[in-house]
Design a protein around this ligand. Structure first.
Ligand code: ATP
Length: 208
């Protein structure tokens, strides 16, 4: 993602979210822009994933407003999905696909960065030797690297990462920090996590 990436601004104005009778997020106003990595931390159930889903346009606020601009032009929430790549622990994956098939499937839906190929991605996630292994037979850390790849290497200006290192060991977490350093610049990146390893990359951290 280079200097030519679209500039995204997301403004949340007095956003609240309720599920049933429970208010999960209350009157949150915050601005997110391209070029920074933002952290969101908070206890279990504090609304980190809910906030990411609202940023991704997958959930509407119960009150308040989320507005988006791309290079200064307003866009509707229905068009936001094109701009976003996303990963989280609850993401549904097709277990029967091999590592290589899964990458090909995802990058059929979201474009791969021009500088990369599927083969190149297999090298970057250090899973070339496991390319024919089905995801159901991969370790949780291997699966997580595949999921992170589908977000990190998609050619989208917005990158939303929910608990990115949750199943990664120390070496893989270090690998991820290096990849984020390389592929986040120029994008709007938001990381939801309570892990200090993830929050260390963030310029600001919001506590819910
Ligand atoms: N679709 C939904 N319907 C009803 N309640 C929901 C829904 N999504 C989230 N919630 C509730 O909203 C609250 C916040 O959930 P959320 O997943 O955003 O928290 P979180 O901070 O990401 O938690 P964790 O650290 O455990 O991942 C929880 O009480 C959860 O049960």
């Amino acid at each position: 993602m280079g200097a030519e990436a679209a500039r995204i601004d997301v403004q949340l104005d007095n956003v609240s979210k309720r599920f049933g009778r429970e208010w999960v997020i209350k009157q949150l106003s915050v601005h997110y822009s391209s070029g920074s990595i933002y952290g969101i931390q908070g206890r279990n159930g504090s609304g980190k994933s809910t906030l990411l889903r609202m940023l991704a346009g997958q959930l509407s606020p119960s009150r308040g407003q989320v507005s988006y601009t791309v290079d200064g032009q307003s866009i509707g929430v229905r068009d936001v999905y094109r701009l976003v790549s996303w990963t989280g622990p609850y993401l549904e994956i097709i277990e029967e696909l091999t590592v290589a098939e899964s990458l090909a499937f995802h990058f059929g839906l979201k474009p791969l960065l021009a500088e990369l190929t599927i083969e190149g991605v297999l090298d970057r996630i250090e899973l070339r030797d496991y390319r024919m292994r089905s995801l159901q037979d991969c370790s949780s850390g291997m699966r997580q690297r595949v999921l992170l790849a589908t977000a990190l290497y998609a050619d989208t200006p917005m990158l939303l990462l929910d608990e990115p290192t949750v199943t990664l060991d120390a070496a893989a977490a270090k690998w991820f920090a290096g990849e984020l350093k390389r592929y986040a610049p120029g994008r709007l990146t938001v990381v939801a996590s309570n892990d200090p390893r993830d929050l260390a990359s963030c310029t600001t951290v919001l506590t819910l």
